[in-house]
Write a protein that binds this ligand. Sequence first.
Ligand code: UDP
Ligand code: MG
Length: 321
Amino acid sequence: MSRDLLTVVVAAFNEADALPALHPRIAAVLDRLRGEGVDGRVLYVDDGSRDGTWTVLQRLAAADPRVALLRLSRNFGKEAALTAGLDRVEAGAALILDADAQDPPELIPQFVAKWREGYDDVHGTRIARDGEGWLKRGTAHVFYRLIGRLSKTPIPEDTGDFRLLSPRALAALRQLRERQRFMKGLFGWVGFERVAIAYQREPRIAGRSKFNFWKLWNFALEGITSFSTAPLRLATYLGVLTALLAFVYALWIVLKALLWGDPVAGWPTMMTVILFLGGVQLVALGLIGEYLGRLYMESKQRPLYLIDAWRPAPACAATAP
Ligand code: UDP
Ligand code: MG
């Protein structure tokens, strides 16, 4: 019987408290999968943590030959950390998991089963988000619907990064080297056969969320600007609409002056119009600036991340073909 290879990729930023509790759960699942013909590995990516995460990871790796470690030179953010991890998965499928066990590792066999049925992108869709405030749930809800509308690439609703990618989906993803990385969108862009697995998003096992409201807002902007130019189009429409209104209003002013003469008046109207037009112009400029800024970042062609340390899994070498 041929054996499948699966690498669980975990990006961790300051997760020293969560990892010791998470790893035994992953290890137990991998033990179970071993009996079903799947060789499992875990690749932890330390995204420039400052809290002893690396020491914890080294301890885990010393005790479990299936663990590989990657450390980035600084905190590059979750998207870059995941990219770094996925780049290192040389064979087999990859499964992305959060370090805080909000995506329960116990579901991995379900993902694997779907993969073996022939799906390339098996993603977890949250039916409930326990342990997250109403504000986060609410804004996430609006965000997924908005980006679903704006983006031409399919981005499944309420779907995070908990997902399994088949070897060919992984290879396709590797070709997308853009700097402004909105992974949920990139996964969608790749396409192939996709299937969702519904799951309950659990509360964090330890530590605190790394995404505050401001970070999430910027993340949302990143997603929208990376996968849609609709805001630019909106600016155009807004411009056309204002120009039309201004034109009609101008006609009315001329007509009024012709019919009834022009006593000097209209300071309030003038101010209103000037301020309104100024505002619209600034908004449109800001929108263009958002895209221009991203173009600028993209044009620098910097690497997506830098690696500080790489420690392959000893078990990998033992079973490599
Ligand atoms: N993470 C990361 N780099 C960062 C921020 C977060 O690798 O700069 C990881 C983090 O360790 C966790 C995952 O991304 O494994 C999700 O982060 P978190 O749980 O804080 O986000 P939330 O679930 O609250 O949206
Ligand atoms: Mg979390």
